[in-house]
Design a protein around this ligand. Sequence first.
Ligand code: PLP
Length: 382
Amino acid sequence: MSKPHTLSEPASVNARPDLTESDYAAASAALRAGQFGHGAATDQFERSVAAHLGVDDVVAVSSGTAALQIALTVAGIHRGDEVIVPSMTYCASIHAILAGGARPRFIEVDPTTLCVTAETVVEALTTRTRAVMPVLYGGRAVDLAAIHQLLDARGISVVEDAAHAFGSSVGTRLVGTAGLLTCFSFGPIKNLTCIEGGAIVPRTPSEAAAARRLRALGIAASQAHRIATTTYTVDSAGLRATMSAVHAAVGCSQLERFARSAAHRRELWRTYRDQLHGLDGVKLIDVDVENSVPFNCVVRVHRGARDRLHTRMRDNGIGVGVHYPPNHLQPAFRRWHRPLPVTERVGREILSLPFHPAMTALDVEHVVCQLRGALDSEGSTR
Ligand SMILES: *Cc1c(COP(=O)(O)O)cnc(C)c1O
C-alpha cells in the first residue's frame, strides 16, 4: 500500500503539541535532577501560572479531568447532586461529574458557537442542580455574568471547563480571573502543554487547601513537611493527581513562549476565516477570535455530507476530526439521556480542520483547497 501523497505534512494531523528545544531542555534538566514527583518545579509552575493570570493562587494537578473532579468536590458537590453540562464536550467533563457520584444534566449549546448560554442554562435548572459546568468550546469564553446572582441565590456553583481556553478572555478579564472555579487542561494538544497536566483556579484560600489535599491522597501536610517527619496524616479522601516536576518544567518553559504561540493561533484562525469566506455550504464555528486563543477550527457542513467529506479528506492526507460526538448519545451516559435536537443536529454537521501552531498560511490554503475539492465532488455525486 502506498501512502497518500501529501503536499502539506503539518495538515496531515488534526492537532499536535508546539514543542521547541527549550521544552526538551527543560524536561531533560528536570529528569536529570533525579527527583520528579511533585517538587519545587511544580510550586514554581503554580506561581508562574498565577502570575500570568493575575490571580492569588493556582493548584496544579495531573490532568484537566482531575482538575474538574477535584473542583466539583471543592465546590461541595455530593452524591446525587445534579451538574448542568453541555452534551457537546469531551467525554472527560462527564466522567469528572460521575466520578464524584453526581449526575450530569445535559443541555443544549448555541449552534453558532457550540457553547452554552445563560438561556440554555436557566432553562435546564432543577431543584437538584448544585453546579453548572460551562465548557469554553474552541477557546471561547462563556460569560454567565447575567445569571451569577440567580445561581448564587440558589447555591449553585460555576465550575468552568476551560480546557480549551487558556489565555482567552471576557473583555479585558482573562479566563480564570472572574471569581469562578476555573479548570484548565495542559494535555498534549491544549493551548499550553505540560505533556499531561491541569490546574484549578480556587476562589478562596480554603478551596486552595482542599484542592491540594484532594490531589495528594488526602494528605494535607506539604511534601517538604512530610519528608522532615516520621509520619503523615491522611485527612480525607483523595486522588493521586499531583503534577510531576518534569511536567511542570515543560509547562514553565511553554509559558515563557505563550504570547507568541497564542498570537500564531489567532493568526491561523483568521487565515482560515478569510479562506473559508464564501465557501458554499460551510459555516465556521465562531470562537470570538479578538478575545480568545483559538484551540481549534471547526466548521459545520451539510449533515448528510459530513461523514463522506471526512473520509475524502482523510484519504487525501488531511487530518480532519470530529469534536465531539454528543455525550447524551453515548452508551455509558444513556441513563442521563434527554432529547437535545440542536446538539444532535450539529453533532452530525461538525468537522474539525487541522489546527496547530506548526501550520502556516500555506497549510491552511492547502486544507481549504482540499475541502473545496471534496465539496465539489460531493455536489456532483449527490
Ligand atoms: C482535554 C479536555 C478535558 C480533559 O483534560 P485532560 O487533561 O485530557 O484530562 C476536559 N474537557 C475538555 C473540553 C477537554 O478538551
